[in-house]
Design a protein around this ligand. Structure first.
Ligand code: TTP
Ligand code: MG
Length: 350
């Protein structure tokens, strides 16, 4: 039985901004691009969430919901620095760490010798150390696998811990709404609902084959998850082959131009996910994926050893042309990764 912890900082960018400027405490705050530049919200504090402001929402909409919203542009370098501090805390307990983004990681502490191997105590210690070192709060989930640990970390947010012991997995999943499972987006959720499926218990009544008919490959994974099963190992920094992000539209796109704002939204998210990997690894390629209305898909890849977000535009042009007029239901971008070359040092000291 494995012991996995998922740690996720609470409203990370916004919490950092409040730490840097205590006057912002208690007031609705968002980090994001300005309304004038058609920006989107990266994240916001809990005061702003009370107004309905959310990540990825256009800033103009956020300001409509909350006119007194304070908007700040954010400071990526500072977020990266804090991310490293957090990483060093994780490393005291295990070397098996899978960062998901600057503020989020899985830890496999199955073999951790500290605190009598109690994952619960380790998670509590990590949260305490994060608070002491950074002044920021984190939430954590403890479970026998990745997907349950991730769901658990969200259960008692902010500043909370949730432990799903092996004994309680059965009860936990039976009551678990499918929408909480990572990978179940709005569209999948809708489809499941049409078939009367809302909780894992509902899915447990079906066969794996039924679920594959319904959802394709993801149906198999979801069938397993609904029994609390997730055998995926952690992908540590050294092993990760690529990092990507994608979005499925509620209405298919028929114009190439409509993809530009999508790229503007996806690129900062990709950078957020990519950042923790660039210490050990280097970019190898840029990729763009399109899924068309008829569910066929195409991927265009361009080799380059340097991260250049403008490359995605050209790749998207090519992928779009391959669709020959078909509408697009999903856009994804990604970076292929490789091990960093040992820096070649040239010695002139002869
Ligand atoms: P999240 O962990 O999803 O959100 P959060 O930490 O702000 O809030 P919480 O976990 O308490 O719900 O994302 C972490 C950071 O990633 C977030 O602070 C800003 C950035 N981010 C974006 O830039 N755009 C996005 O769409 C999302 C979801 C996050
Ligand atoms: Mg977070």
């Amino acid at each position: 039985m494995r012991k996995i912890i998922h740690v996720d900082m609470d409203c990370f960018y916004a919490a950092v901004e409040m730490r840097e400027n205590p006057k912002l405490h208690g007031r609705p705050l968002a980090v994001g691009g300005s309304r004038e530049r058609r920006g989107v919200i990266s994240t916001c504090n809990y005061e702003a969430r009370a107004f309905g402001v959310r990540s990825a929402m256009p800033t103009h909409q956020a300001l409509q919901l909350c006119p007194e919203l304070i908007l700040v542009p954010g400071n990526m370098n500072l977020y990266k620095e804090i991310s490293l501090q957090i990483r060093r805390i994780f490393q005291r307990y295990t070397s098996i760490i899978e960062p998901l983004s600057l503020d989020e990681a899985y830890l496999d502490v199955s073999e951790c010798p500290h605190l009598k191997g109690s994952a619960t105590l380790i998670a509590e210690n990590i949260r305490r150390e994060i608070k002491a070192v950074t002044g920021l709060t984190a939430s954590a989930g403890v479970a026998p696998n990745k997907f349950l640990a991730k769901i658990a970390s969200d259960e008692n947010k902010p500043d909370g811990l949730c432990v799903i012991t092996p004994d309680s997995v059965g009860d936990f999943v039976r009551a678990l709404p499918l929408r909480k499972i990572p990978g179940v987006g709005k569209k999948t959720q809708q489809k499941l609902k049409e078939f009367g499926l809302e909780t894992c218990l509902d899915v447990q009544q079906l066969s794996e084959a039924d679920m594959v008919t319904l959802l394709g490959k993801f149906g198999r994974a979801l069938h397993k998850r609904s029994f609390g099963i997730d055998e995926r190992a952690l992908e540590t920094e050294r092993e990760r082959k690529s990092v990507g992000i994608e979005t499925t539209f509620s209405r298919d796109l028929t114009q190439r131009l409509a993809c530009d704002p999508v790229l503007d939204e996806l690129i900062p998210k990709l950078e957020h996910r990519l950042a923790p990997y660039l210490k050990e690894q280097a970019p190898k390629s840029h990729k763009v994926k399109l899924k068309f209305a008829d569910f066929t898909q195409t991927t265009v890849e361009h080799a380059s050893s340097e991260y250049k977000p403008e490359v995605f535009n050209a790749l998207l042009d090519e992928a779009w042309a391959r669709g020959q007029g078909k509408a697009v239901r999903l856009v994804g971008i990604g970076i292929g990764l490789t091990q960093k070359q040992q820096s070649k040092q040239i010695s002139f000291s002869w």
